[in-house]
Design a protein. Structure first.
Length: 378
């Protein structure tokens, strides 16, 4: 920072220079984020000073947060819903596991998660000092029930299931896991950070939410397929007691207690999420998801025509392609063809996320370049 400040114009030049170095989403097939809906961006700007860490001062924003929680409870089949807006899937997962851990008095607690769990669970092991046991996947890349069950012991405080895995977009057998959780009296957290704004809007009925009696909490991110602004995650609990395991006294605020991990929290993200949910409605989200699925189907059909198969038939708008040398292909596509794609670990494949910023023409251009890049690597 200089002693004397710059003019607004000078600062805007600096901002534009930085913006020019950022990639636009147009050729990005590796991200679970996208452009926020216009109305979300507007709402975000309107509520930028609003701090949900002391929501006694911001009752209007707080009422919007409550409405988001109620609406999502409705969509995810729970009338007794409790929760709050987090910064995203990582915080929601941390808090869900922290609640499980705090509700038990076990010296060396563990949780069992699918091997496909997001890397936030590795952070959780470290932050919460809890053992995270990873269950094997079956050939469809869903968690194996046999492996999951074999890892449970008397120190297990809960299970995790994924509704839309980060790498493959796969959904675990959550109805079966829910049964097991009820039988063993264990908490069950569903990580629907990505899939939460996809599965309810697909024509097929994928059982993953509170309609399953064993599900105790769900993470769902408006800043991914919800078309809200960053940082918007939501953590939902079926039972209010599970939220109270996260309680902290806040004697000098306008509120007496906080259940959140962060103190100061973005009211702008609350307003943005509320605005886009009100504006799109279920019908609007159905259209967003249906278009992403049409694009995904088109992509899969096109790559099959050039001899490339998906690792699994896509369940949602995440596709992993079985290609030779995925890592080299990824860097070739980035350097020579200016496409951002990512890769999966096990099995190694090329990973594409078909977000709302994609269109048919762009997919066709990508597939043409993919074909060239694959040939060049042979
Ligand atoms: N759970 C699941 C299933 C996820 O896919 C992710 C993130 C998280 C939790 C964590 O969410 P937050 O990142 O909101 O804390 N999945 C993407 C990933 O790690 C996030 C992402 C988004 C990555 C945009 C890249 C990118 O450009 O792959």
């Amino acid at each position: 920072m200089n002693e004397t400040g710059l003019t607004e114009e000078e600062v805007l030049v600096l901002l534009n220079n930085a913006k020019d170095k950022d990639l636009k989403y147009d050729r990005v097939l590796s991200s679970m984020c996208t452009y926020p809906h216009k109305i979300a961006a507007k709402a975000h700007m309107q509520f930028m000073e609003s701090n949900m860490g002391d929501f006694g001062l911001f009752q209007g924003t707080y009422s919007m947060e409550q409405e988001i929680i109620r609406s999502l409870g409705n969509i995810l089949h729970c009338s007794s819903i409790n929760g709050y807006l987090t910064t995203g899937g990582t915080e929601s997962n941390i808090q869900a596991i922290r609640s499980m851990r705090n509700s038990h008095r076990i010296k060396v607690p563990n949780i069992v998660v699918p091997e496909s769990a997001h890397f936030s669970f590795d952070k959780i092991a470290d932050v919460l000092n809890i053992e995270v046991r990873k269950a094997n996947l079956d050939e469809e890349l869903k968690v194996s029930m046999e492996s999951l069950e074999s890892l449970i012991d008397q120190n297990t405080v809960g299970l995790v299931a994924i509704a839309g895995s980060t790498e493959f977009g796969q959904v675990d057998p959550i109805a079966e896991i829910s049964k097991l959780a009820v039988e063993k009296n264990l908490f069950l957290h569903v990580d629907a950070a990505f899939g939460g704004f996809v599965l309810p809007f697909l024509p097929e009925n994928n059982e993953f939410d509170f309609s399953l009696p064993g599900v105790t909490s769900i993470a769902i991110d408006p800043h991914k397929m919800g078309l809200s602004t960053i940082p918007s995650g939501v953590l939902l609990f079926r039972n209010v007691e599970d939220l109270t395991h996260l309680k902290a006294e806040t004697p000098y605020l306008t509120i007496d207690t906080q259940y959140t991990l962060t103190g100061t929290r973005s009211g702008a993200a609350v307003a943005a999420t509320y605005a886009v949910m009100q504006h799109l409605g279920r019908e609007g989200y159905r259209q967003v998801v249906s278009r992403c699925m049409e694009l995904t189907d088109h992509l899969v059909k096109s790559v099959k025509e050039i001899g490339i198969d998906p690792v699994i038939d896509p369940v949602m708008n995440v596709v992993a392609l079985d290609v030779p040398h995925p890592a080299q292909l990824r860097s070739k596509l980035a350097k020579e063809y200016k496409w951002q794609v990512s890769i999966t670990q096990k099995p190694a494949a090329l990973r594409l996320v078909i977000m709302p910023h994609m269109d048919f023409e762009t997919i066709d251009m990508f597939v043409a370049d993919l074909q060239k890049a694959v040939l060049e690597l042979q």
